[in-house]
Design a protein around this ligand. Structure first.
Ligand code: GLY
Length: 424
């Protein structure tokens, strides 16, 4: 079959790597893709939000399936447009995508359908948000309502810092995404990322991982889109997975269908395991980045039947996937200055070396110029991933590859997996 994969980050490179390994795939095209993905895909320079361009490309390459990577393509209505033209698609409609594109929508959704989450206030002006801080205790959680590439969340210890974050959002730091702000109660517990597939009716748990959101070791520095992941994560006991399934996943899919938006694709449940059970932190309407990378390393089954089953409403007849017993680790190499002001253009050498069968280096924000030199072209630049029989073994292999890559203008965390292994 022919597959069109939409997106250009590390998540999409990991998906491309796994999809390309499927015996059912004849042609894999990525739009726009990245230099690393050229090893698995034909690259076509169509942006992930160019819905007419992607529709035309899907027809040109006779795509049997379009796989949507990023939330921006969901919010742009790509699945709606493909559905209208009868093209099979893995990824939800923009209506269902409101679960990520508006935090205020999601909070009201949780109230409406009885999903456990933190207390909150939705504020349409800086004055209202500053006043609403009175209803919360530090640390204050301030979120831009709309899509902000994982950077729209500030956790502030001091009230002055919280007020500055509110002013920043309403001052245009996140563009239209910050025209409304959601304040949230800070949840105590351990964070986790769980993934579930849905075909509009039936659903299936599809793995879990733990992300490291802060920029620097020891959970210091600003919030990022994610600096590294590992899977499996011990926080996901069988009991917690079952609670997440019954309290968050199934009510979410039933609720969004009842609201008129049956969900087709993957739902990423970011949750806090609290002493009162799991509570929703956020929904995302796509695979996590860099959670997807470790899931793809651990997924033993061919992924394509699962993507197709979601698009065709056949999940109920699809057996659960097989996962390797191995652990997997992903270390994000980011450009200096990330997340605020990543330095662009830094040279990278050695990323395409052969690190052996247990290691994969996915490109996240790279470009290759006419001189053939690979350079940084984004905040998160490379995802160095490895698997091994234990988490420690996987981490050692991943950091050995990190240390062999020459990226003087970049940095990474050295403590990925610390909650399971202890600080380094
Ligand atoms: N790693 C978190 C996210 O994908 O939003």
């Amino acid at each position: 079959m022919n597959i069109l994969l939409v997106g250009s980050g590390g998540r999409e490179h990991a998906l491309a790597w796994k999809i390309a390994a499927s015996p059912s795939v004849r042609r894999l095209v990525a739009a726009p893709g990245n230099p690393g993905m050229a090893a698995q895909c034909e690259l076509r320079n169509v942006a992930a939000t160019d819905v007419p361009g992607l529709l035309a490309l899907a027809k040109e390459v006779a795509a049997d399936l379009v796989v949507i990577g990023p939330e921006s393509a969901v919010a742009a209505g790509l699945a709606d447009a493909l559905e209208a033209e009868g093209v099979r698609c893995f990824g939800p409609t923009a209506g269902a995508g409101q679960l990520e594109s508006s935090k205020a929508f999601t909070k009201a959704f949780c109230d409406r359908h009885g999903l456990p989450t933190s207390a909150y206030a939705v504020c349409d002006s800086a004055e209202a948000a500053r006043a609403a801080l009175d209803g919360f205790r530090p640390p204050y959680v301030i979120k831009a309502d709309g899509l902000a590439a994982g950077k729209g969340v500030v956790i502030a210890q001091a009230r002055a810092e919280a007020e500055a974050a509110i002013d920043d959002a309403f001052g245009g730091r996140f563009g239209a995404a910050g025209a409304r702000v959601v304040l949230e109660e800070f949840l105590e517990g351990e964070i986790g990322s769980l993934f579930a597939l849905c075909d509009g009716r039936d659903s299936m748990i599809f793995g879990w991982a733990q992300d490291h959101k802060r920029a620097f070791d020891g959970e210091q520095g600003p919030n990022t889109g994610g600096m590294g992941t590992y899977s499996p994560a011990p926080v996901f006991t069988p009991e917690l997975v079952e609670q997440v399934r019954t309290r968050l996943v199934e009510p979410a899919f039933a609720g969004i269908a009842a609201d008129g938006f049956p969900y087709r694709g993957v739902l990423f449940v970011e949750l806090m395991a609290t002493k009162d059970g799991p509570k929703l932190v956020e929904f995302n309407v796509r695979f996590g980045d860099p959670e997807c990378q470790v899931l793809m390393l651990r997924l033993e089954s061919d992924i394509v039947p699962y993507l197709l089953a979601c698009a065709e409403g056949r999940l109920a007849e699809t057996p659960p996937p097989a996962w390797r017993d191995d652990s997997a680790v992903c270390v994000v190499m980011a450009a200096d200055g990330y997340p605020e002001a990543p330095k662009s253009g830094g040279e990278i050498r050695g990323a395409d070396a052969d690190f052996g069968p247990l290691t994969s280096v996915f490109h996240a924000g790279t470009k290759k110029g006419d001189d053939g030199v690979l350079r940084a072209a984004g905040g998160r630049v490379l995802n160095v991933c490895a698997r091994g029989p234990t988490l420690q073994a996987a981490r050692d292999v991943a950091y050995a590859a990190v240390d062999a890559i020459d990226f003087p203008d970049g940095f990474c965390r050295r403590d990925i997996g610390w909650r399971a292994l202890g600080p380094r």
